[in-house]
Design a protein around this ligand. Sequence first.
Ligand SMILES: [Zn+2]
Length: 211
Amino acid sequence: MKHFSEQLWADFVRGVGAVKMNRDIEAHIASGCPDCATAVGMWKKVCSIAAHEPSITPPDDAVRMVKLEFATRQSLQPGPWTIARLLFDSLSQPLTAGVRSGASDSRQLMFEAEGTMVDLVLDTRPQSGTICLVGQVVDKGGTRVAPRQVAVILWTETGQPLAETAANEFGEFQLEFAAQERLRLSVEIAGYKHIRIPPLNLNSAGTRSVT
Ligand SMILES: [Zn+2]
């Protein structure tokens, strides 16, 4: 049997609420009602847990880091995006792989996403420790996407933009960046869904000629 509402108990244990009501509750507990003795014990526990909450709150620094991380993740791809589909990878072609064991160390890739084709040629330059990326963005029919604005952005694993460039009037672009294991690239065409190139493992393309 409930003698006082939850709201009254919550006010009572925190020492707030109407003075008269609190006195009534005290008098009632003093009269030895077992139900209310249990209730007040439970509510006092709740009150003490709530009072200790600051000690189980993460430090401000940690909160800031997490917020920053989320903000970065969000800015990585504002708006709708789609994952591109790999159509061609010269690395998976036995014949080309044979050719590659020679002097050439370039890798050609072709992606498709919602009627847009993204061609990429990756050239590893062991001497400078860089990778040169040349690409072109075209409509599936072969017509050029430009002069619509095309931005090509290279991301780190943690979602930080590493390099950015804009395609020219033929949808062509070029990026040069420090050699790394994984490549995360996105193509943003104004007014279209952003295209994410699935993360590419560059290790196999890059290190072989170095060793
Ligand atoms: Zn009672």
